[in-house]
Design a protein around this ligand. Structure first.
Ligand SMILES: *Cc1c(COP(=O)(O)O)cnc(C)c1O
Length: 478
């Protein structure tokens, strides 16, 4: 054998699995995953007991020897996955739940590249369909378009960069951004990442229902417009806040933006898909007037994490803000009728997010999604009514969508003592492990939140939640 004939890897190519190996791997994984998903309701809603010790045990050096797949499945499903907040659990109503549709995990197996249209025109069309469907869901006109992102934070960043490029000169440091004190922290982060000093972000106060005070907003814009070296250019309104689900008066904010010629971005990461329901679209009135909208399919469409979207009213704006050419990639063909997604945002190589959304929507049609969302609005309203019947419980934020906030309230307890009491209440509810809630600070005081958004959460789970709130409250107060 001459040197040229010798296989460069001694012929052993373990990364190329045989048909039998692939089938065995899928079968083993399928078994474990289906068991896991099917038993979700019987699992604890959270289990962080000893989770940090477990994490420490999992610290390990770069593997040099192979490990059997079944052992790895055991390690994950028995030793690592259970030691976490069980966010796909039906009783998970903390933060903003998502759920994670099974279909989408199956869709991810294709691993096709859709960053540039020429590489997969048919698949690019599938992802473009998804973007167009989202535009339709929020009431955007036909020439709107957008981009699937990893999540809402990335969408808010791309929106800020796009607004900056559309509205400000190359030297943009005078640009001022307005948002409310209830906006998601990714809005402030986006401003910094887009190059603005933190002090260029104005945090406008909110009203009793945690909506931006439009009078304060207008006053702040006017003051900055009159000052030297400040250029108001963007307002970020919240269409469903993370804290309480508060929806800013989008029509009023849109009026102000129109008058002052400012870019209006609506952060509807949590709330946007409720626009598909009649009730939700009333509450989100004015959303379609925004120049750009963040939506998070991994929240409101129940997809697995890693799927967000930015929608832009003028579909050409994203390319104007991001397109840069390269010698090693064929030029985009404007006549193709297809987008070059890599020219619409910061990423070149990216996962085929569109298929993850397309598959469940095609398999079921849009109606079951709408029904689920409507149910979540009703469940939150129902929880609100039931909480109001409890002594010594005060609803601090009524549901505007599917999130509400409450706290235990005793006549002779105030200040930090009240905070501690409510933190204990939260711990006592979560200790029961049928549901998992999270807390926040509202008007400087600790409050508990119920956020209902999983396709697995139905009336029986909210019923359990209310039972556990009542029982925990009695344990602590009565
Ligand atoms: C969740 C959320 C975000 C951030 O989205 P990620 O997908 O977590 O990055 C932004 N804004 C609001 C209102 C949210 O609820």
């Amino acid at each position: 054998m001459t040197d040229d004939d010798r296989p460069m890897t001694d012929g052993n190519r373990p990364l190329e699995l045989s048909r039998e190996e692939m089938a065995a791997m899928m079968e083993a994984a399928t078994e474990r995953v289906i068991d896991h998903v099917e038993t979700l309701p019987d699992q604890p809603a959270a289990d962080l007991d000893g989770a940090e010790e477990r994490a420490e045990q999992l610290r390990e050096p770069l593997p040099t020897e192979p490990t059997n797949f079944d052992d790895l499945l055991d390690l994950l499903f028995d030793g690592a996955i259970p030691k976490s907040l069980n966010n796909p659990h039906p009783g998970f109503m903390a933060y903003i739940p998502g759920g994670g549709l099974f279909h989408s995990a199956v869709a991810d197996a294709t691993n096709r590249y859709v960053g540039t249209w020429f590489a997969a025109p048919a698949l690019t069309r599938i992802e473009a369909n998804v973007v167009e469907w989202f535009c339709e869901m929020v009431g955007y006109p036909d020439d709107a378009f957008g981009l699937l992102t990893t999540g809402g934070s990335m969408a808010n960043l791309i929106a800020t960069t796009t607004a900056r490029r559309e509205r400000l000169p190359q030297n943009f440091l005078d640009g001022i951004i307005y948002t409310s004190d209830q906006s998601h922290h990714s809005v402030a982060k986006a401003a910094v990442l887009a190059g603005f000093p933190p002090e260029n972000v104005r945090s406008i106060s909110t009203d009793d229902e945690f909506r931006i005070r439009v009078d304060e907003l207008e006053r702040a814009i006017e003051e900055d417009s009159e000052a030297d070296g400040r250029e108001p250019f963007m307002v970020v309104a919240t269409a469903g806040s993370t804290n309480t689900g508060a929806v800013d008066d989008l029509d009023a904010v849109a009026d102000s933006c129109q008058r002052e010629d400012l870019w209006l971005h609506a952060d509807a990461a949590y709330g946007g898909f409720f626009a598909m329901t009649d009730e939700g679209s009333d509450r989100l009135a004015g959303l379609d007037r925004a120049d750009s909208i963040t939506v998070d399919p991994h929240k409101g469409l129940f997809l697995p994490y890693g799927t967000g979207a930015l929608l832009v009213r003028d579909g050409q704006a994203l390319a104007r803000a991001h397109a840069v050419e390269a010698d090693y990639i064929p030029d985009w063909d404007p006549d193709s009728g297809l987008p070059d997604f890599s020219q619409l945002g910061p990423e070149l190589s990216r996962d085929f997010r569109g298929l993850r959304v397309w598959l469940p929507l095609k398999m079921h049609g849009v109606e079951p999604f709408r029904t689920e969302l409507r149910e979540k609005l009703e469940l939150a309203e129902w929880a609100n009514e039931r909480l109001r019947e409890l002594d010594h419980v005060r609803v601090v934020a009524e549901p505007q969508l599917s999130t509400l906030a409450f706290r235990a309230d005793l006549p002779d307890v105030a200040g930090e003592e009240l905070d501690e009491l409510n933190q204990e209440l939260l711990a006592a509810i979560n200790r029961r492990n049928r549901v998992h809630l999270s807390g926040t600070t509202l008007n400087d005081r600790f409050a508990l939140r119920i956020s209902i958004l999983s396709f697995r959460t139905h009336r029986e789970h909210v019923e359990q939640c209310l039972e556990d709130v009542a029982a925990a409250k009695e344990e602590l107060l009565d």
